[in-house]
Design a protein. Structure first.
Length: 188
């Protein structure tokens, strides 16, 4: 089955050889030996060569999280491994308009005027970790270093409390998935 499997570790990781970006990520997570022999040895001896269907790996491949906020607003987040490698998609619907984003461009649709405004976000590079997720990783790091260097916390758009709040949502989603229950988050 391996030769026709869309998740063939041999195909995925051997195809990284000769591509500097793919050798950096994802191949560097598998082995530092970027030769055919090195990759095959790493797949034989390490966890990355195991069949996704017959191993103990319980990583979620698809998850839909539905959230309801105190004011009645609702949101859903879908994460899936079964998609082409591309930027994240974001769709926000409100009573007066919507925002549709593809990681590079935002389209803002005003329902009252029926006007659509297109905003280029300035994202550069592809969405992979190898290129810093479209430039987002570097921008976060630069803002952090700049804030420290200038002793100006306002240069970082979120603080520790906000970061903790977002993590609490993710942890609650995982708890709900594992227990098959609805998890309520009280203000912290």
């Amino acid at each position: 089955m391996e030769s026709t499997c869309p998740y063939s570790a041999k195909r995925i990781y051997l195809d990284c050889l000769g591509d500097a970006d793919k050798e950096f990520w994802p191949l560097s997570a598998v082995t530092a030996d970027h030769t055919k022999e090195g990759v095959l040895a790493a797949l034989r001896e390490g966890p990355y060569g195991r069949c996704a269907y017959t191993c103990d790996n319980d990583v979620v491949d698809t998850q839909v999280v539905t959230m309801e906020f105190a004011d009645g607003t609702s949101a859903t987040c879908t994460v899936t491994a079964f998609a082409a490698l591309e930027h994240r998609k974001t769709r926000i619907f409100g009573t007066r308009g919507s925002i549709d984003g593809d990681g590079v461009v935002l389209r803002v649709h005003d329902f009252v005027t029926d006007e659509v405004t297109v905003i280029d976000t300035g994202a550069n590079g592809d969405p992979t970790a190898a290129t810093g997720h479209g430039g987002g990783d570097a921008a976060l790091f630069d803002a952090f270093v700049d804030a420290i260097g200038k002793n100006d916390p306002s240069l970082v758009l979120t603080d520790g409390a906000e970061s903790l709040a977002t993590h609490r949502v993710v942890w609650a989603a995982e708890q709900a998935r594992r227990t098959g229950t609805v998890v309520s988050l009280l203000p912290h």
